[in-house]
Design a protein around this ligand. Structure first.
Ligand code: OTU
Length: 646
């Protein structure tokens, strides 16, 4: 993150003064809007200029570029619907709305959950039953067929995929959701576009303006030089990070699949154009924008081209402009990288929200080892965030699970990170003695340099946690334990603060979908194992307390509603503590709520006195009273304790 430069930075002398720009920027706005726009712009201006100057200041036409960027912000503000402008003002008065204990997140693919956007609106009661206030609809934009990386190759940021609906329906759904108190979350896949985006098509047709939107090279000289330091992301399908396009006779930077062309943010026109797309989405009613693949947006020869300072500056500059033109919309970062780098994106001025892959990974680690030491040690060190930011806590997403704990954290508790990752891979593939997991490998590869095998894991929550195998074996004991594990880990995610996020389907214990292997377009990508179609018939069983679906659903729903009704679950003040028993995780919230979880299949007692023996507690989950003197947790038990007044 960069320091704010003083407004009199020497490079800024040639900059157009805001006063001279304002009349033109606000000319088309109503008087009130002009006042508002000016007030917001003045607030961010010094910072914005400093950021953009860092990245683009060397170009002789920088002042004109800047004027164009600002006029895009003004124009998009002018187009912003009145209802959203009112929400902007309300949110400016309540900027920390997302920290509330009432927040509850869910994520789904529209086509897999409900078929279409219209279908989605038929299931809003279902979401309300679970207390959902934050709904992430996975990429639903126009994209190439048949291959589009689950929608993460976008051909138009302004058009919805035809089979799902239209942008008008999307905006209408956003409004309906808003009326129900649900914030719409969409992806902004801004590191790349698909090779069928209008810009890519024009580039391919030879238009130099649009070729400069991407990173293209005439021969292998630069790609070879860059590639020495790059990490391949989908090595099993596509080694290397560049793709040759015969039509242009050029090599294109493609970090992900070959049909995903990386945008060239060194070109300020790309920044401006993407600002326009971003604000267009804001104007449809998007309240949280999930910034996809943030680490990759800036490249620098000789580096691994991940998490570079300019990536942060660009996101902060986008953020400043959103605060002017659509301040309702918050950024959420998707950085699945080293814990230190995950955190580097999180701040009010960059991304106030972020996935918490560290908690996710450490929970799975604790389940595999039946030991909460790495979880506690990592959280003690890495969980705290600035007061105006929050984690999105989750157990799994549409992506694979990669073992992203820090080697140094593992070493501190005597674990070798690399060996431990390999153990976790075997464990979750069900190939380790005693493992109950039914995961599959994703992107198996042998690193060409180190010759070490690398792998990530696919699977649904229920399947990875052992429920699938237990059900297949009709083993009631194991089914019970698997359900307890689900409740334990969901309970931890719900109690940790931030926004808990469930992948829809997990609430009814959806198991792996092996059908993807028969689907030629998906067979190469095991992530489809855990992106099944929602089974609405099975969802009906959620009301049957004897069914597995009902047991999982009702337990989760119960926890959600306890959370929503108690401000002790609001974000902030999370102290991870050493309970004196390695099998038990302990977390104190707002100095009052004590969350305890037993990660082992044996009863665990906490008689070491670290948890005050004098205190009498009430367990919020079942209203039981417990004494600190002989606190014993049943296998995989979760407790949410508050002290009882004497
Ligand atoms: C994201 O994931 C999406 O979540 C994926 O579904 C996409 O395929 C991808 O971007 C491309 O758009 O590497 O294995 O640090 O780890 O952005 C998934 C961030 C990924 C990356 C992450 C990426």
């Amino acid at each position: 993150m960069i320091d704010q430069r003083p407004a009199d930075h020497p490079g800024l002398e040639a900059m157009p003064q805001l006063d001279s720009l304002l009349p033109q920027l606000t000319a088309a706005l109503s008087k009130d809007d002009a006042t508002l726009f000016e007030r917001r712009l003045r607030r961010v201006y010094p910072r914005l200029i400093s950021l953009l100057e860092h990245v683009y200041g060397h170009a002789p036409d920088f002042p004109e570029q800047l004027a164009r960027i600002l006029s895009t912000a003004a124009q998009m503000f002018r187009e912003r619907p009145a209802a959203l402008k009112r929400l902007d003002v309300a949110r400016e008065g309540d900027p920390h709305w997302f920290q509330s204990e009432k927040m509850m997140g869910a994520v789904c693919y529209v086509d897999r959950f409900a078929g279409t956007l219209r279908g989605m609106s038929k299931h809003l009661d279902y979401l309300e039953e679970l207390g959902i206030t934050y709904l992430h609809l996975m990429p639903l934009f126009k994209c190439p067929q048949p291959q589009n990386d689950g929608g993460y190759a976008v051909s138009s940021f302004r058009e919805v995929r035809e089979d799902i609906g239209t942008m008008t329906e999307m905006a209408a759904l956003a409004a309906t959701l808003r009326e129900r108190g649900i914030s719409l979350v969409l992806d902004f896949v801004f590191n790349h576009t698909s090779d069928e985006h209008e810009w890519a098509l024009k580039a391919r047709a030879g238009d130099p303006k649009y070729q400069a939107y991407y990173r293209m090279f005439d021969d292998r000289q630069w790609p070879d030089a860059y590639e020495q330091h790059l990490r391949p992301i989908f090595p099993a399908q596509r080694p290397g990070s560049f793709t040759y396009d015969a039509e242009m006779g050029k090599w294109i930077w493609t970090t992900f699949f070959s049909f995903q062309w990386d945008l060239n943010y060194a070109n300020p026109e790309v920044f401006r154009a993407m600002l326009e797309e971003m604000l267009f989405l804001a104007n449809q009613g998007v309240e949280v924008l999930r910034l996809d693949a943030v680490p990759f947006i800036w490249k620098q020869i000789g580096s691994d081209c991940e998490n570079l300072p300019e990536a942060h500056m660009l996101i902060q500059a986008f953020n400043a402009l959103v605060q002017v033109a659509a301040p309702t919309m918050l950024f959420k970062s998707e950085a699945i990288v080293h814990p230190r780098d995950v955190k580097s994106y999180i701040s009010w001025q960059e991304c106030p929200l972020s996935y918490n892959p560290i908690l996710m990974v450490c929970i799975w680690e604790a389940l595999a080892t039946q030991n909460a030491t790495l979880l506690r040690a990592t959280m003690e060190k890495r969980f705290a965030l600035p007061a105006d930011a929050a984690w999105i806590n989750y157990l799994r997403s549409h992506d694979d699970i990669g073992w992203g704990f820090a080697d140094e954290d593992a070493a501190e508790i005597g674990l070798n990170g690399e060996d431990h990752r390999w153990f976790l891979n075997l464990y979750y593939m069900g190939r380790f003695p005693g493992s109950k997991a039914a995961g599959e490998p994703f992107q198996f590869q042998v690193d060409p340099r180190s010759h070490k095998p690398d792998i990530r894991i696919s699977g649904t929550l229920a399947s990875l946690i052992g429920l699938e195998k237990a059900m297949a074996a009709h083993d009631q004991g194991e089914i019970d334990l698997a359900i307890r594990r689900i409740v334990l880990v969901q309970g931890l995610v719900l109690a940790a603060g931030g926004i808990p996020l469930i992948y829809l389907g997990d609430e009814i214990a959806t198991r792996n979908d092996y059908a993807y292997k028969r689907e030629p377009l998906h067979a190469h990508d095991s992530r489809w194992l855990h992106r099944p179609q929602m089974d609405w018939e099975r969802a009906e069983k959620r009301h049957d307390p004897k069914s597995v679906e009902g047991r999982v659903y009702q337990a989760l729903q119960h926890l959600i509603w306890i959370r929503k009704e108690n401000p002790l679950f609001a974000n902030g003040d999370s102290q991870w503590i050493d309970a004196g028993n390695a099998q038990v995780i302990a977390l104190a919230r707002h100095q009052k709520l004590l969350v305890l979880g037993n990660f082992s299949d044996q009863p665990q007692s906490l008689s070491t006195g670290r948890i005050s023996p004098e205190t009498r507690w009430k367990n919020l989950i079942d209203d039981r009273e417990l004494s600190g003197q002989d606190l014993t947790l049943a296998p995989y038990e979760l407790l949410w304790l508050i002290p009882l007044k004497e």
